[in-house]
Design a protein around this ligand. Structure first.
Ligand code: MG
Ligand code: ZN
Length: 202
C-alpha cells in the first residue's frame, strides 16, 4: 500500500500559506486571488504565485514564526510511523521541511520551491504542464508517478487534491475536498484526526 498525504489542512490544522499571508503578506491579494480561483478565472498555481509575491519578509523569518506555532493534526506521528507516507503539496518545501524536522519525522516530500526576492517571494512549480484530466497543472502527476506498490491511498482536504485524489484507489477526505467529491458522487472515507485514517487502514 502506498499512502499519499496532502500537507496543508491535512497534516496541518491550518493552511500554512494562509497563516503566513495573514501575518506577513497582503491579505487583500489573498482574498482577490482566492475569489478568482473560485470563479475559475485563474489556476491554483497562479493563485499561489500571487500570494507568495505579496510576502517580502525573508523566508527564514517566516519559517521561524511558523515553526513556533504551526499545529499538526493529531495522529500524524502514528500514521507516519506505520505507513511511511509520501507528502505531496502545492506549498513550498522551504515551509514544510522545517516543520517535519521540528517533529523529528523523516518522510519524502514533493512540493514546490520559493525564493526570496526584494519584490516579493518567487514561486517555482515542479508540475508546470497542464494535467490531461483537469486541464491545469496539478498533483495527479505525483500520484501516478509515485512508484506505487499495491493500493494507492490518498488523504486530502482541498482544491489541490480534487484531481489527484481521484487517481488513487482509496480516498480519505475532509472539508472542501469532501464537499467536492460529494457533489460528484465520488466515494471517499471521511476523517477528522489522522488517527481515524490509521484505524481505517489497520
Ligand atoms: Mg490541503
Ligand atoms: Zn489534474
Amino acid at each position: 500500500m502506498t499512502l499519499i498525504l496532502d500537507w496543508d489542512g491535512t497534516v496541518t490544522v491550518d493552511d500554512t500559506l494562509i497563516l503566513a499571508l495573514r501575518e506577513f503578506g497582503d491579505w487583500q491579494v489573498y482574498l482577490d486571488a482566492a475569489a478568482a480561483l473560485a470563479r475559475g478565472e485563474i489556476t491554483l498555481h497562479e493563485e499561489i504565485r500571487r500570494d507568495a509575491e505579496s510576502i517580502r519578509t525573508p523566508i527564514d523569518e517566516v519559517v521561524a514564526w511558523l515553526v513556533e506555532r504551526l499545529e499538526l493534526r493529531p495522529g500524524f506521528h502514528e500514521l507516519a510511523e506505520a505507513y511511511r507516507p509520501l507528502i505531496v503539496s502545492s506549498n513550498f518545501r522551504q515551509l514544510i521541511e522545517p516543520i517535519l524536522a521540528r517533529e523529528g519525522v523523516r518522510v519524502e516530500v514533493r512540493a514546490n520551491d520559493v525564493e526570496w526576492e526584494p519584490g516579493g517571494w518567487r514561486a517555482t512549480f515542479r508540475n508546470g504542464d497542464a494535467c490531461g484530466t483537469c486541464g491545469e497543472p496539478c498533483k495527479r502527476a505525483d500520484v501516478t508517478s509515485a512508484d506505487a506498490i499495491g493500493e494507492v491511498v490518498y488523504v486530502g482536504d482541498g482544491y489541490s487534491d480534487r484531481c489527484a485524489a481521484q487517481a488513487a484507489d482509496r480516498i480519505f477526505a475532509r472539508d472542501g475536498l469532501a464537499r467536492y467529491l460529494d457533489e460528484r458522487g465520488v466515494a471517499y472515507e471521511p476523517f477528522d484526526d489522522l488517527s481515524d485514517v490509521t484505524r481505517a487502514l489497520a
